[in-house]
Design a protein. Structure first.
Length: 242
């Protein structure tokens, strides 16, 4: 758990407490949080908020203790929201179901960052979420070969009860066909759902970035279907914040 500036998507710049939960149900080529893919002990808690100094506690951290830490962070620095991230945080939907009601008492908005592939678990906690940021994994950039369109569609339909946006990481191999297909999927739920095209930041095996001309071409293709399509890079990497 740490405090930083949100560096992706339409919430860029807001001060958030990040709750990074371990484990993920997929493996993207460009994953920039490989430490979150395994159940690593101990848990690392930043103190004071924004300092990059971490204290360790044994995992799992009891919910009451986690809430005390969150309250203290928010007392020291007023935050806009809690970013529930990972890994894939919905793998721990049961924990979130019991924990998030107490976060609401802190008057923090609750923002879920998710790969959008576990709709049943989302349905379990959607009433506790204020903002959903759902990724659509493009086969050519994420290295995820399966067709996940039906799962994403169901996930978006559930998310539409809340504020929601979709993010797609765009790399050199990303095609107009892939972006048009994703835009069709989103428009099938609502053409008003914002789409963020996020240029790949080279990491791990993923090195092939999109050219400026390609980004503009892909944005134009998505704008044929959707009302709000933005190209936004990862700003926390530029700012060198966590
Ligand atoms: S969904 Fe996110 S956490 Fe999981 S492998 Fe992909 S980038 Fe990493």
């Amino acid at each position: 758990m740490f405090s930083s500036v949100q560096g992706e998507g339409p919430l860029i710049g807001y001060r958030q407490i990040f709750l990074r939960l371990f484990g993920c149900n997929i493996r993207c080529d460009y994953c920039d949080t490989p430490d979150s893919l395994e159940n690593l002990a101990p848990c690392r808690i930043e103190s004071p908020p924004g300092s990059r100094q971490f204290a360790c506690r044994p995992n799992p951290v009891p919910a009451g203790e986690l809430l005390d830490i969150l309250s203290e962070m928010n007392r020291q620095t007023r935050h806009h929201s809690l970013s529930v991230t990972g890994g894939e945080p919905l793998l721990q939907a049961d924990f979130l179901k019991s924990f998030l009601p107490f976060v609401r008492a802190e008057k923090l908005l609750i923002y879920l960052e998710t790969n959008g592939l576990l709709p049943d678990r989302l349905a379990h906690i959607i009433d506790l979420i204020d903002i959903v940021g759902m990724d659509i994994k493009i086969a050519s950039s994420a290295g995820i070969p399966e067709d996940t369109a039906d799962i994403h569609r169901r996930f978006l339909e559930i998310s539409a009860a809340r504020r929601v946006f979709v993010k797609i990481v765009v790399a050199g191999p990303t095609t107009e066909y892939e972006i048009r297909s994703a835009a069709d999927l989103i428009a099938g739920v609502s053409a008003a759902i914002p789409l963020v095209l996020q240029p790949l930041t080279p990491f791990g095996r993923a090195r092939d970035t999109a050219s400026p001309e390609q980004l503009l071409r892909l944005q134009s293709a998505a704008l044929e279907r959707l009302e709000d399509v933005r190209v936004i890079p990862q700003m926390h990497k530029t700012m060198n914040v966590l």
